[in-house]
Design a protein around this ligand. Structure first.
Ligand SMILES: [Zn+2]
Length: 460
């Protein structure tokens, strides 16, 4: 790829000459990956002020331990009622405050089929950015976005790091983060963040084909010395298995399926906090793991209202996660059903954060599994058994069509014979002594979403 300076300036309108000089050092490094994309934040002066305003609100409004939507959420809905046809028609005949819990849910199908009805009528489409996202169901949904809303990821990430005692300078000479990927094909780029005074952000792919030589990966990362790594658990697992030496100050894992055993192994290898973050393209970051109890994730932004609802749509402590609000002008959310499930807790937390907490259900959806006699078994029991073996990093459990079970594992070191025997006997105890169990070490590490539990007898 030829270095096209003018494109970097065009895509990052606030780019300064000294930011670019620093960015160029990264781009032209002898150890650099094979760049394949030029990306900028498209932040204008106006976006910049809006993000800075969002940032102050984010830090100031930290007390929103409310089980009901607050006035700001109601105002958000009131404003959109007369700007978005979707809001207008959905709210028809309803009193926003009194009937909030009767407002029909927004679904993935609405985003697939009615996206233009959602757009506020007076919005400037020139600022639209579209990233199709497939999620877990296959059919892509459009997640339209705005440079301002994407810009808000910077303070949201910084706030999360701040909660772990990590504060970094806004300086064009530093690399704030490197996003690690481990995919056959992905975009690879370096960029300057206008919202962090030109601090650099880099995305790399750990597959050796994306580098001039395999040894470059370690050299490049050390040379950039990022404050944090971001990415999905599979990429961190890969980095650990290949013995990546660099120690960042934190790891931000942005996927729901961060297994506790993998988290502990990563903490041990990288010697830093591993922060689990719950984020969707449609919503942006929703929650981050509590510094004292990583099982629970605190709601992060002050401008969303999170509910959990059961199958009939009733509000319950445990259920599907539903989000209202947000800051993406192209995707205002009105009781949006995320497809993920979790438990909501409104009690005060010892860490001092006064926002509700979510405990996410592994595997994204409740799944029904049964033993050989047809009795229901709890997937939690499967994870509980495997947690006893610290070298097992991840697992996938499949109940096969027509009988039998398959357990796909990924581990740091292969379990020895006695360990394997003890795993088997625990599974016989759980599933029945006549269970046909096949154990493999071939859990794929290439996709960003792998179902942890699958019952082939139930259509997905
Ligand atoms: Zn907490």
């Amino acid at each position: 790829m030829i270095l096209e300076k003018n494109l970097y300036f065009k895509n990052t309108p606030l780019m300064k000459e000294e930011w670019y000089t620093s960015l160029e050092r990264t781009l032209l490094s002898n150890f650099a990956p094979k760049w394949n994309t030029i990306i900028g934040d498209r932040i204008t002066d106006e976006d910049y002020s809006l993000v800075k305003n969002f940032e102050s609100m984010l830090y100031e409004n930290r007390d929103f331990m409310e089980e009901k939507p607050n006035e700001k959420i109601f105002n958000f809905i009131r404003r959109l009622k007369f700007h978005s046809f979707y809001f207008y028609s959905t709210l028809n005949g309803l009193d926003i405050e009194k009937d909030f819990y009767r407002i029909p849910f927004m679904t993935r199908e609405d985003l697939q089929n009615k996206i233009t009805e959602l757009f506020p009528a007076d919005i400037d489409l020139d600022r639209l950015i579209v990233n199709p996202t497939s999620g877990t169901t296959g059919k892509p949904i459009l997640a339209p976005n705005h440079p301002y809303a994407i810009g808000c990821y910077v303070p949201l990430t910084e706030y999360t790091l701040f909660r772990y005692g990590i504060i970094h300078a806004h300086d064009h000479n530093i690399t704030s983060g490197i996003q690690l990927c481990h995919q056959n094909k992905t975009i690879v780029y370096a960029t300057s963040h206008s919202l962090a005074a030109g601090a650099k952000f880099v995305k790399i792919n750990l597959k050796p084909n994306d580098w001039k030589s395999e040894s470059s990966i370690d050299f490049f990362i050390s040379e950039q010395s990022p404050i944090f790594f971001s990415g999905d658990p599979y990429s961190f697992e890969q980095a650990m298995k290949t013995g990546l030496n660099y120690k960042p100050k934190a790891i931000l894992s942005t996927a729901i399926e961060l297994e506790e055993s993998l988290r502990l192994a990563l903490v041990n290898h990288f010697k830093c906090p591993v922060i689990n973050s719950y984020s969707l393209n449609e919503t942006g970051p929703i929650a981050y793991s509590c510094p004292l109890d990583p099982e629970w994730l605190h709601i992060l932004p002050h401008d969303i209202f999170v509910e959990t609802v059961d199958l009939s749509g009733e509000n319950k402590t445990f259920g599907e996660i539903v989000v209202t609000g947000g800051r993406n002008p192209f995707l205002p959310l009105l009781r949006y059903r995320t497809g993920d499930h979790g438990e909501l807790n409104f009690s005060n937390c010892k860490c001092g954060e006064k926002s509700p907490r979510l405990k996410l259900l592994k595997g994204r959806k409740p799944i029904s599994l049964s033993d050989t006699r047809g009795n229901t078994i709890n997937p939690v029991d499967i994870s509980r058994i495997l947690r006893k073996y610290p070298h097992i990093l991840r697992h996938q459990f499949i109940q096969r069509k027509g009988g039998g079970y398959m357990l796909n594992l990924s581990y740091l070191f292969s379990p020895n014979e006695p360990q394997m025997e003890s795993i088997k006997s625990e599974f016989f105890e759980l599933l029945g002594s006549d269970a046909d169990i096949q154990i493999t070490d071939s859990l794929p590490n290439d996709q960003s979403k792998i179902m942890v539990f699958i019952n082939e007898n139930i259509p997905i």
